[in-house]
Design a protein around this ligand. Structure first.
Ligand SMILES: [Zn+2]
Length: 331
């Protein structure tokens, strides 16, 4: 397992903000204290033209000037420091390196900050500056000739940035499981958002009620993912790995624990596809460390204990998904 990480990410930091350098430090420390066999690699800084594969030149220029003149708040919860512009380029470059490594086989993981899945074509939001994962996908498509991607986003928030960037794109199947958007930021990610034009059917949202846990997550993903993968046969899998669905996380009300992260790691391992994981959210340092180690162990092939989920709260949403996606998938 290749871990792409740099201490330079720490330069994007506010101690009074939940999205701070303690997050990645907790993950790297937990990996170091585990018996996982990993190889650390440095990210590279993404070129401006590479960032512009998924963001408008005007927006990128605005961010460079904003950060260069001291930084501050882009909106009520998204900050930049004087270093952020270049750190965010490094985070995008980390995702690109992870993608390149995964093209050589196996899984790789970009443990980077700031996160990316809320970053849209011409707007940064939700702690995210650039959409790291989207930059990496475009890099694979434009520079390595790969087409046919699956993105699985299990951060507790809907990845509105990634979803919107690929909303018309039939080569990128985006699947997100997240807390019901009526109850959580960013307020998008409903079942009816299925993609548009040629991208219709390639955007699949699974909004789960607050209070859902391992049973609901494992059951509904177990119903949907195998069929989607069978049908679209992705050449490459990207994972937006947010760990804020954990019951200890302060930002949301979904209550999974390490069991879910093991399960999804094992599921991804068994697909046999090359894949790159990109860190998104997760705001409880202890839970972040434990969840990451559980996830990575299973992703590397350590089979978790058998588990039979007994879901209570997601049968209705599953029926809605079956109806909505019946032209495309028969899960
Ligand atoms: Zn999140």
């Amino acid at each position: 397992m290749k871990i792409i990480h740099s201490a330079t990410y720490d330069l994007h930091n506010r101690e009074d903000h939940v999205e701070n350098r303690g997050r990645t430090r907790a993950i790297i420390d937990a990996i170091g204290a585990s018996d996982l066999e990993v190889e650390f690699m440095e990210p590279r800084i993404a070129g401006i033209h590479e960032i512009q594969m998924v963001h408008s030149s005007r927006h990128v220029e605005y961010l460079e000037v904003f950060s260069g003149s001291g930084g501050g708040w882009l909106d009520y919860d998204t900050y930049m420091t004087p270093d952020t512009f270049n750190v965010a380029r490094l985070a995008a470059g980390g995702a690109m390196v992870a993608a390149e490594e995964s093209l050589n086989g196996g899984w790789s993981y970009s443990v980077a900050r700031p996160p990316g899945h809320h970053a849209c074509y011409d707007r940064s939001m939700g702690f995210c500056i650039f959409n790291n994962l989207a930059v990496a996908i475009e890099h694979c498509r434009q520079n390595h000739g790969v087409s046919g991607f699956l993105v699985l986003d299990f951060d507790v928030h809907h990845g509105n940035g990634t979803s919107s960037i690929f909303y018309h794109d039939p080569e990128v199947m985006y699947i997100s499981i997240h807390q019901d958007p009526r109850t959580l930021f960013p307020g998008t990610g409903f079942v009816a958002e299925t993609g548009e034009g040629a991208g219709e059917g390639f955007n699949l949202n699974i909004p789960v009620p607050p209070g859902s846990g391992n049973d609901e997550y494992i059951w509904i993903l177990g119903e949907i993912l195998p069929e989607v993968i069978r049908k679209i046969r992705p050449l490459m899998i990207f994972v937006s790995a947010g760990f804020d669905a954990h019951r200890s996380d302060p930002l949301a009300s979904v209550e999974v624990d390490e069991l879910f992260f093991s399960w999804i790691g094992w599921f991804l391992h068994r697909t046999g596809a090359p894949g790159a994981v990109v860190l998104e959210g997760g705001y409880d340092p202890v839970a972040l460390g434990k969840s990451n180690v559980s996830f990575l162990r299973a992703l590397e092939g350590e089979e978790p204990e058998g588990y039979s989920p007994d879901p209570q709260g997601v049968h209705e949403i599953f029926r809605e998904l079956q109806d909505t996606f019946s032209p495309f998938f028969s899960f």
